[in-house]
Design a protein around this ligand. Structure first.
Ligand SMILES: Nc1ncnc2c1ncn2[C@@H]1O[C@H](COP(=O)(O)OP(=O)(O)OP(=O)(O)O)[C@@H](O)[C@H]1O
Length: 581
């Protein structure tokens, strides 16, 4: 356990100081008890000898004072340690999570992360500080008392050793049961937490389906949690009673042995009193161990969960990654990729080349692999076979920071922070000048949106950007991409119907992105106008590249793309007819 704590907190000065103080207190308590022997020996006799007892009494008073001083020092050290340890561990976890593949962030993992960063870290740091003291006291104090007892009466010392052995065996069993209960309770709690995240994220869908208060899965998770808790309590009862019974029986045995020793004349009254006091100071902390064992096992499980998060494999990075690319072209060669946990590949032997400075449109039916192509370029996941090169360098050889600097992503569903338009844009380049901000906004056709907003650039966009329409949010994302000066921009064009103004603005904004001769644009295209503006079209179906070429070339072949194109046109005419009808 100590080794695992050390791995979590490799700079354990605070903990070491605290535990050292506590250990000092425990040994001191035991030694103070030892002073009872000469004191009682001098006082409990027909003619008490105060003179002989005085030096021991003075030593005892000094020891008690030292004990009080140690307590005063230990309390603030404990508080400071708990806060500092939690902060250290949170930083470590956050840093680690920022290096994981984005594919890791499922509802279940998000729930585990939330519990890890909040409850587990807070509780582990608190327990490491608060439990360390009592555990040290509850083991070191009885051990010191046994040693002291050996100097008084070896028979009583042996009895205490026997009690300690039986108590240890009972405690081990209780600990095993407490651990199983804690693991099961945590599993049930994680189930509830991931259902709760799902409940929050899927509220619109759930409301539409009349399940706003939760799905049957959510209710089942809550029921499972309640049942697990009840079962855990039931299971923990029996070892608790057994342990308490062992301590009680130990006390009866101590009384019986003391009586027997006195009656047989082997010890005097003063020694008998000393033995009883020592036995009481031995049994009391030992008895407390059962209360601590549950917390100790909880600490162990919390550490295990934090360790599991920290050991989630990060994206492999070579020892000497490439930090610069000359050209911003993107090339897939025979790339095959299956999502973690998936059974069929989302991309099968895909080869395509997006030349630097060009715009490539990805088209294909739903599920054909368009989004997957863009996710792999941004290295949300690593490919299974083939090669994926950016600027002629395998993405796995590139420094992750360099890759992220070179890439900007415009998602279909853009998330904005509940901040002003200005700050949402500055996220891409905090030091951008006002001229640069305005230029990006104009190119993304965001300027006309800003003009209409009540506080212009300083308008807050609400949580997730709720104050803006979907099309307006995409314009913010395009402006961010412009401002970032990323040489590769991945765009997932909104597939849902936009009003004509937004549609025209976004088409223009995407074309403006492509106008920069240094910028390579890869766009999942849903609109004929976007296709028309692309230099190159890649048509996907069922994870394979079916056709590539210019829009005109593909229309002439009469293949999958030309069929899809007529569908786009038909859908467009329906919408125009709908609006005018
Ligand atoms: N996170 C994921 N985990 C497992 N499978 C996934 C995941 N995302 C996508 N897939 C699967 O991979 C395949 C390709 O999906 P992808 O999202 O790339 O298609 P798409 O062409 O972008 O579809 P759409 O136009 O509907 O967005 C599909 O079969 C899809 O079910």
């Amino acid at each position: 356990m100590i080794r695992r704590l050390y791995r979590l907190w490799p700079n354990p000065k605070l903990l070491a100081r605290l535990w050292l103080l506590t250990a000092g207190q425990a040994v001191l308590q035991g030694l103070l008890l030892a002073l009872l022997i000469p004191i009682l020996d001098a006082l409990v006799r027909p003619e008490p000898d105060i003179g002989a007892a005085t030096p021991w009494l003075v030593l005892g008073a000094a020891g008690a004072l030292l004990y009080a001083v140690l307590s005063v020092i230990a309390t603030p050290v404990g508080f400071a340690a708990a806060g500092a340890l939690a902060a250290q561990l949170r930083r470590k976890l956050m840093h680690h999570v920022s290096t994981l593949t984005l594919g890791w962030f499922t509802a279940e993992h998000k729930a585990r992360l939330a519990r890890g960063v909040t409850a587990d870290v807070g509780s582990a740091a608190h327990l490491a500080v608060t439990i360390g003291g009592p555990v040290i006291t509850s083991t070191l104090l009885p051990a010191t008392v046994v040693i002291v007892t050996f100097t008084v009466d070896w028979r009583m010392a042996l009895l205490l050793c026997a009690i300690a052995l039986v108590a240890y065996l009972a405690l081990r069993r209780a600990a095993r049961i407490a651990e199983i209960s804690e693991i099961e309770l945590e599993r049930a709690a994680a189930g509830v937490a991931s259902r709760a995240i799902e409940l929050g994220q899927a509220q619109p869908v759930l409301r539409a389906a009349g399940h706003a208060e939760g799905t049957p899965r959510m209710r089942a998770a809550l029921e499972d949690h309640r049942e697990t808790y009840r079962e855990g309590m039931r299971r923990a009862r029996q070892p608790f009673f057994v342990y308490t019974g062992v301590i009680m029986a130990g006390f009866v045995a101590v009384l019986a042995l003391t009586a027997q020793l006195m009656l047989s004349g082997r010890v005097e009254a003063a020694t008998a009193i000393v033995l009883l006091v020592l036995a009481a100071r031995f049994l009391e902390p030992l008895g407390n161990l059962i209360e601590l064992i549950g917390a100790l096992r909880a600490l162990r499980n919390q550490i295990a969960r934090i360790e599991e998060l920290l050991s989630t494999p990060t994206l492999p990075v070579p020892a000497e990654p490439v930090r610069r690319i000359a050209e911003a072209d993107v090339e897939f060669s025979d790339v095959t990729f299956t999502y973690p946990g998936g059974d069929t590949p989302a991309l099968k032997e895909v080869s395509l080349h997006c030349r630097a400075g060009t715009t490539t449109a990805l088209v294909g039916p739903s599920g054909s692999g368009k989004t997957t192509v863009t996710r792999l370029i941004a290295r949300f996941f690593d490919i299974d076979s083939g090669a994926l090169r950016v600027g002629g360098v395998d993405v796995r050889e590139l420094d992750p920071g360099t890759l992220l600097d070179e890439i900007a992503i415009v998602f279909q569903d853009v998330y904005l922070f509940d901040d002003t338009i200005e700050d949402n844009l500055r996220l891409a380049r905090p030091e951008a000048t006002w001229d640069e901000l305005r230029e990006a906004a104009t190119a993304a056709r965001l300027d006309e949106v800003i003009e209409r907003l009540p506080a212009g650039w300083q308008t807050r966009v609400g949580e997730g950007g709720a104050q803006l329409s979907g099309g307006e949010r995409q314009r913010v994302a395009i402006a961010r991409a412009m401002l970032k000066r990323a040489r590769i921009v991945l765009v997932d064009e909104a597939s849902s119907a936009l009003d004509p103004e937004n549609e025209a603005a976004i088409t223009r904004a995407i074309a403006n992105l492509g106008d920069d001769p240094d910028r390579t644009v890869i766009v999942i295209a849903h609109r004929p106008a976007t296709l028309a503006a692309a230099d190159h079209v890649v048509s996907l179906e069922d994870g394979r590249v079916m056709e590539t070429g210019t829009r005109e070339e593909l229309l002439l072949t009469g293949g999958a793309f030309s069929r899809l194109s007529s569908q786009y046109e038909r859908a467009r005419h329906w919408r125009i007819a709908d609006m005018s009808g």
